[in-house]
Design a protein around this ligand. Sequence first.
Ligand code: NAG
Ligand code: NAG
Length: 184
Amino acid sequence: MTENFICLLLPLLVISQTFPAAGEPDPMKYPYRIEKLSHFRFYWHNIFSGPNPTVVNIVPPLEHKNKTTWLFGKVDMIDDPLTETPEAGSRLLGRAQGLYAMASQEEIGMLMAMDFVFSTGKYNGSTLTILGRNPALEKVREMPVIGGSGLFRFARGYVKASTYSYDIKTGDAVVEYNVYVLHF
Ligand SMILES: *[C@@H]1O[C@H](CO)[C@@H](O)[C@H](O)[C@H]1NC(C)=O
Ligand SMILES: *[C@@H]1O[C@H](CO)[C@@H](O)[C@H](O)[C@H]1NC(C)=O
């Protein structure tokens, strides 16, 4: 039984080792052996106001019988700068591209689906993908890092998000992101 299983499996393993994608370093030969844990901190700017908003509403809040849940169903698309310090003009490290949706009927509870696209230093062009629940009124929100590209291939980890500032009139927000990610 076990031998049969191995015989079936072996050709698959061999095939997977003989076809690296064209023009790519062969991942089977890559030094994908020792993972490291990196910590990054930066500030996410979600700006509705002014001439250059970084967020646009793509699905308005749905009509809902219970008015206390009026945000439920709203979806916003973002292309938010990620900067080194909370000041909007500070060094740009990358952008957060994706969307968030109001997914809770009982609180401000968002589903975030976004890529952090880095544009500086050795991480230029590498990305991390975040997918998770963001109850935005809580002091610290944790969301999973579910993958990455470039130097973040095989990445996994989590982020801690905490609001640095929020303008109740415009909706503009600056959020501190601490990213803890395992990668090679
Ligand atoms: C509206 O939703 C809230 C939160 O789920 C709930 O507490 C409240 O009872 C609801 N109101 C009505 C009229 O159904
Ligand atoms: C990042 O990469 C792009 C595309 O390769 C390049 O045009 C740009 O100058 C790079 N930026 C930095 C800061 O290295």
